[in-house]
Design a protein around this ligand. Structure first.
Ligand code: ADP
Length: 228
């Protein structure tokens, strides 16, 4: 993947919940997006504007009513579930506000398990986990379970897990929303180091305009469309 190549493209995406009912809500009304390899883009909008809906559609967890979702130049909006799941597993990493780490496994195992599920040998998966944990400053916590880690450490492990299988796209939904400002800052720096180091295309929904301003571009959601 060469730097600057479009990896994720949304064109004319629409999504309405409860269509035809009194509580109908037209969340996306013709959303366009080009996300390129190597860039981190902030998605800023108030709560309820449709950020999660957009991230779910972009990450193939949900389908649009209309419009196209292309990953690596392939239109997947109407593709069969098996094809969408395959691309999602291979190309997309997700990070949420809450880490969802497996509580009964160590930090390292949480990063290793998705790789084993993807057919990677244990030794290689372990090496990849160590490298990732090291790059975000939590290598010394590798053998601890999530409950023994601070909130910031847990979230850094969650980033490593999201990137374990070398996706091309990282989609993050308020990844620092649950952290105090100082921790949020450190966790954000770790996220950006990973994005840069891995040459990822990253779309990061955040309320934090200071963090947003430190990304390559800021997109705002207005009336169901993205504006730069
Ligand atoms: P954000 O992530 O910006 O807070 P969301 O994408 O979660 O926004 O939600 C956008 C709007 O769509 C909100 O009004 C929300 O209540 C509504 N919504 C989200 N998911 C559903 C759903 N599954 N069914 C009905 N309404 C939904």
């Amino acid at each position: 993947m060469s730097e600057g190549e479009t990896v994720l493209r949304l064109a004319g995406v629409t999504k309405t919940y409860n269509a035809g009912l009194p509580n109908e809500v037209a969340v996306l009304r013709g959303t366009d997006l080009n996300l390129r390899a190597g860039e981190a883009v902030a998605l800023v909008a108030p709560s309820g504007a449709g950020k999660s809906t957009l991230l779910h559609i972009a990450g193939l967890l949900d389908t649009p009513d209309d419009g196209t979702v292309e990953i690596g130049g392939q239109d997947l909006s109407g593709a069969p579930d098996a094809a969408r799941t395959g691309v999602r597993r291979r190309d997309v990493g997700f990070v949420y506000q809450f880490h969802h780490l497996l509580p009964e496994f160590s930090a390292a195992e949480n990063v290793i398990l998705p790789q084993l599920a993807n057919g990677i040998a244990r030794a290689a998966a372990g090496a990849r986990a160590r490298d990732l944990l090291d790059s975000v400053g939590v290598a010394s916590r590798a053998d601890h379970r999530p409950a023994a880690l601070s909130g910031g450490e847990q979230q850094r492990v969650a980033f490593c897990r999201a990137l374990a299988n070398r996706p091309r796209i990282l989609l993050a939904d308020e990844p620092t929303g649950n952290l105090d400002p100082a921790t949020s800052d450190r966790v954000f720096e770790a996220l950006m180091a990973l994005v840069r180091g891995e040459g990822l295309a990253a779309l990061v929904a955040t309320h934090n305009t200071d963090l947003a301003a430190r990304m390559d571009r800021v997109l705002r959601m207005e009336e169901g469309r993205l504006v730069g």
